[in-house]
Design a protein around this ligand. Structure first.
Ligand code: HEM
Length: 442
């Protein structure tokens, strides 16, 4: 069973019939609400809705901030201070926007991990997954450029470090990397021209994300949702209408998520930021320790784990590129890791590896994970962060390139249920039409 069932919408009034014959938008909304959704979706499936609310929150607060922000190298920092101190509730709008970026990434990482665990990227949902990967790339570009806008010390340093990565291409064709960075900067250094174009693109990209999200939902509605069993919907018994069942469940999760969000905004609004960004950008003073925002740290650790610049850059982009290849790297016929005990262990190790890579990204490469002694000058020696990052990076790539392709061919999965209803009802067969009642019993 896939795709939308025949429309159940019947326009009642004359005006409804008139509109339906010209632009069946009410029909679309009603059909979306009636969409048959697997009845066994757990709370990990609420993050798509949470992400949609995050995107709207970022756009609304961003548009308000843009009314007061000035994308000029001499005025940007002060315009942000003006928002914080003079604009009515400007502090609130800015803190929602700044912490909202972190909450957006938190939700997207959970959403992606859910997809990886339950095999939602596998046929017939590969395009849905690829569109998600494109959204993720756009999110990263948007967040990176947004962080540059307050024009603090870390904004400036981050812009220099990341754009300069492209200069590594000088090692492929001499002059190519320099040409790319000069083009990106709009000059011979990060400066006013860079700031202005980053503002322009930071305003544009969220609307492009919104466009790709529409495609993402479209691609979801062709095969329908995956579910925790990974077994496709077989009959009407396996589903419930999206409304009211999942509007209520998603609504509850959105409220819970926003409680956490509000805690950051009201009690720890600077906790996820960096103190160096409270100082205006000064090209003559480089911060002692340049760190990106937390959501980029695993990739930053992979970049720094390789001393050769070009290979470091390629490994960093490659680590994100792995996600695009995922549907074709996993050879298992069983979607959900609920029935793949060995895959589950490797997946948990992968999650732990990514978190630890993030921890490494926030440390100095020469910091010690384990100190074993000291040099004559008193410097600690032992197992350093850069070595730890290397080991973790090897597992990160091995998970995609070795574990998933080989494990799918060699593992023995446990018994996969014949349909969604079997595990929900503990094996009892269910008479047609009693799906809603069964869901109520849990
Ligand atoms: C702005 C960001 C995003 C929004 C608003 C969004 C929205 C949604 C929504 C509403 C759903 C259906 C409900 C659910 O399954 O949670 C969904 C499903 C899905 N999304 Fe996303 N998504 C976003 C980003 C991503 C990313 C970055 C990926 C992966 C790289 C991704 C992969 C998927 C997959 C595979 C499904 C199908 C899940 C299933 O049925 O098992 N999404 N998304």
């Amino acid at each position: 069973m896939s795709g939308h069932p025949p429309s159940t919408y019947e326009p009642k009034t004359g005006i409804e019939r008139w509109l339906d014959a010209r632009l069946p938008i009410v029909r679309l909304a009603v059909d979306l609400m009636d969409f048959p959704t697997p009845k066994n979706l757990n709370y990990w499936w609420t993050f798509g809705g949470i992400l949609a609310v995050c995107l709207v929150t970022q756009i609304v607060t961003g548009v308000i901030l843009a009314m007061h922000y000035v994308p000029n190298a001499d005025m940007a920092f002060n315009s942000v201070e003006h928002i914080m101190r003079d604009v009515n509730y400007g502090w609130l709008v800015r803190y929602i926007h700044a912490n909202g970026a972190s909450m957006f990434f938190l939700a997207v990482y959970i959403h992606m991990a859910r997809g990886m665990y339950y095999g939602s990227y596998k046929a017939p949902r590969e395009v849905l997954w690829l569109l998600g990967c494109i959204i993720y790339l756009l999110m990263m570009a948007t967040a990176f450029m947004g962080y540059v806008l307050p024009w603090g010390q870390m904004s400036f340093a981050g812009a220099v470090v990341i754009t300069s990565l492209f200069s590594a291409f000088d090692q492929v064709i001499p002059g190519l990397g320099t040409a790319i960075t000069t083009w990106l900067w709009g000059g011979f250094a990060v400066g006013g021209a860079t700031l202005n174009r980053f503002f322009s693109l930071h305003y544009l990209l969220p609307f492009m994300i919104a466009g790709v999200v529409v495609l993402h939902i479209w691609a979801l509605h062709v095969p329908g949702n995956n579910n925790p069993t990974g077994v496709e919907v077989k009959s009407k018994q396996d589903t419930l209408p999206f409304h009211p069942y999942y509007t209520v469940k998603d609504g509850f999760a959105i409220v819970a998520f926003f409680v956490l969000f509000a805690w950051f905004v009201f009690f720890a609004p600077e906790a996820l930021g960096h103190v160096d960004n409270q100082t205006p950008a000064n090209p003559l003073v480089t911060p002692a320790h340049i760190v990106p925002e937390w959501y980029f740290l695993p990739f930053y650790a992979i970049l720094r784990s390789i001393p050769q610049k070009l290979f470091g850059v390629l490994a960093m982009f490659g680590s994100i590129g792995m996600l695009f290849a995922l549907p074709w790297l996993d050879t298992s016929k069983v979607k959900s890791m609920r029935y793949r005990p060995s895959a589950r262990i490797f997946f948990l190790l992968f999650v732990a590896t990514t978190v630890l890579l993030g921890w490494c990204g926030g440390k100095e490469p020469d910091d010690m994970v384990m100190t074993m002694g000291h040099t004559a000058t008193g410097d600690p020696t032992g197992f350093s962060v850069v070595w730890f990052s290397r080991i973790l990076a090897v597992y990160y790539f091995a998970y995609f390139l070795l574990v998933l392709p080989i494990l799918g061919l060699r593992e023995t999965p446990t018994q996969v249920p014949a349909n969604i209803s079997t595990p929900v009802l503990g094996g009892a067969a269910m008479p047609a039409g009693s799906a809603a009642q069964a869901e109520k019993k849990g």
